[in-house]
Ligand binder design. Structure first.
Ligand SMILES: [Zn+2]
Length: 577
């Protein structure tokens, strides 16, 4: 009852009173002026934007006995007054939702067989026409194909895509847009004035925003606010009557999430809860705020933002301070959080934890930038030379005895690098052929004397590191190294640690590295405890093992190292989700 009051009272009676929809109104008026009215007209658009209102004005104008020069109905003649009073015998208004069967369409066809009683045309308006059954559409189609000259159809629908193409092709179509915030503000402001209610600008813009471009929805909200009984309406009144979250709170939370201020975000959230707002509504508002921020940062997209100007200015200020990627990342986390919240038995906790997660994400570096850095690294960017501190450690690992047994006492290649002029050029050339190294960063070539696989293992890893970073990182995981029977035996604690190395191409490359560095043609052999007896252990697929394996997967380790991240959670299970 309350909302019908305004909607009824203020229903536009001619084209001039229609809110928004200027191009459609103009075209309709022109068709009347030029007397080129289509036999079937289809209005589409979301609810409450004026589809049936325009159909009724059109019906009035078509049958008006004293139509104005601009196409407007006079609203005074017999036909106009009858239509206004819902008593015209030549206007059939049908609700497609409740008269959707073939029987109803047959009855309708029966009625329109006869000439109009007192008007030029019989006019049929079918609202929610997409609800008709297929049979009903087919029956209707026959009439549309050969329409009696005294009959005009007008259809309205919120779901254009549900209407058969055969029907669509026989209609003149008008798509009604959501009414802009500006138009609604003007319209509602005028109504408030007429009702003798003083409404604050911010309160009005809140109602406009809640209407989401629908005049009817807005009027229903206005009715609620007017019936609140106050002669002066403030933002808080609207917030309270409509059970909304105030824009300030949304803006404050958005700001806190961007500034990484957990205290402020949680406090504002608490305020919202104390207010008893609808969580779904609240999170939708928050997501919308992030959407606004993103649109603020995209050139030429600001007209997609339909919020009051002062609010837009606040968002623009905020958007300028943060990168697009950062805003986007935080918005994605928020979306995930909202999704989780929906299924959480403790929604408040879920949303709080989402806030904290969002706050923990720092400025986002674009992936392209990271990849560029990675490329530089993999292209053989010089890495720090072995530091003096590293050397004693490497020495300590190897028992003195073995060193003496296997290596002639020549100068250490690393601790006393030769002056550049004495570098022998030959092996460097060979290396370059196998794995190109950036010419800008030539690596000083090591002594070509016989190296020992165990003593010089760290040196070898350094050698590989300059040519293939991940391979070097994988080699770091060897437990023990042995040279025996023309083989280089690499022991790993787990199969997962050498999965990638074991691949054919990688073995080939590694063999070449070994040949370069140790000057020995050694066959590589990877030894892991899983394969002690030449077969995998039974429990290799147990969840614990699997998790361990995944955690130590070279790719995962490489990714965590590159992104400086850590493994948060590993889920092992069937891929049912
Ligand atoms: Zn008239």
């Amino acid at each position: 009852m309350s909302y019908l009051v305004l909607a009824r009272k203020t229903r536009p009676q001619d084209f001039n009173q229609v809110v928004g929809q200027v191009p459609v109104v103009k075209t309709l008026q022109n068709s009347l002026v030029r007397d080129r009215i289509a036999h079937a007209i289809l209005f589409s658009g979301v609810r409450g934007v004026g589809k049936t209102t325009l159909a009724r004005i059109m019906a009035k104008a078509i049958n008006c006995e004293q139509r104005a020069a601009d196409g407007n109905p006079c609203n005074k003649c017999r036909s106009c007054t009858e239509i206004k009073a819902d008593s015209s015998l030549d206007l059939y208004e049908i609700d497609g939702a409740s008269n959707r069967g073939i029987q109803e369409i047959r009855e309708l066809k029966e009625k329109i067989r006869f000439l109009p009683t007192s008007s030029k045309y019989k006019i049929i308006i079918i609202d929610e026409v997409h609800m008709l059954t297929n049979d009903a559409f087919n029956a209707l189609l026959k009439t549309l194909e050969e329409p009696p000259s005294h009959v005009l159809f007008m259809f309205a629908t919120t779901e254009l895509h549900k209407i058969p193409i055969t029907i669509l092709s026989r209609c003149q179509r008008y798509e009604l847009k959501r009414v802009s915030a500006e138009d609604l503000t003007t319209h509602f402001g005028k109504l408030a004035k007429e009702e003798g209610v003083l409404i604050a600008d911010a309160a009005l813009s809140l109602i406009v925003r809640e209407s989401e471009g629908s005049v009817r929805d807005g009027l229903s909200l206005l009715d609620q606010v007017f019936s609140y009984g106050e002669k002066e309406i403030s933002v808080n009144d609207v917030v309270q009557v409509l059970g909304l979250v105030s824009r300030d709170i949304i803006l404050n939370i958005t700001r806190a999430l961007l500034e990484n201020n957990p205290g402020s975000a949680l406090k504002a959230l608490d305020e919202t809860f104390n207010f008893g707002v609808d969580l779904k509504r609240f999170t939708a508002d928050l997501l919308n705020a992030f959407r606004t921020l993103i649109l603020c940062r995209i050139e030429g997209c600001q007209e997609l933002i339909d919020i009051p100007k002062e609010e837009l200015d606040e968002f623009k200020k905020l958007a300028e301070k943060y990168g697009h990627n950062t805003i986007h990342m935080k918005m994605n986390l928020l979306m995930q959080g909202v999704e989780e919240m929906r299924y959480s038995p403790q929604p408040r906790l879920a949303i709080e934890s989402t806030f904290l997660k969002i706050i923990q994400t720092d400025e986002v570096v674009p992936i392209a930038e990271i990849l560029a850095r990675l490329d530089t690294l993999l292209a053989g960017q010089p890495l720090p030379q072995t530091t003096p501190q590293q050397e004693p450690v490497a020495k300590k690992k190897i028992p003195e005895k073995i060193v003496l047994q296997t290596v002639p006492p020549v100068p250490e290649p690393k601790t006393t690098p030769p002056p550049p002029s004495e570098q022998p050029p030959v092996p460097e050339k060979a290396q370059t052929q196998i794995h190109p190294v950036s010419p800008a960063t030539p690596k000083p070539v090591q002594h070509p004397h016989k190296r020992d696989v165990r003593r010089d293992w760290q040196g070898f890893i350094e050698h590989v590191k300059d040519r293939n970073l991940w391979m070097a990182q994988n080699l770091q995981r060897t437990e023990t190294i042995r040279e025996a029977d023309g083989e280089l035996q690499l022991h790993f604690a787990e199969q997962a640690n050498c999965t990638l190395l074991c691949q054919k191409d990688n073995v080939k490359l590694l063999t070449e590295f070994v040949l370069d560095f140790f000057q020995k043609d050694l066959k590589l052999r990877f030894i892991t405890p899983d394969k002690v007896e030449g077969k995998e252990l039974d429990n290799v697929n147990s969840p614990h093992k699997l998790r361990n394996k995944l955690a130590n997967d070279p790719l995962v380790l490489m990714a965590t190292e590159i992104f400086n991240g850590q493994i948060g959670d590993i889920r092992v299970g069937p891929r049912s989700r």
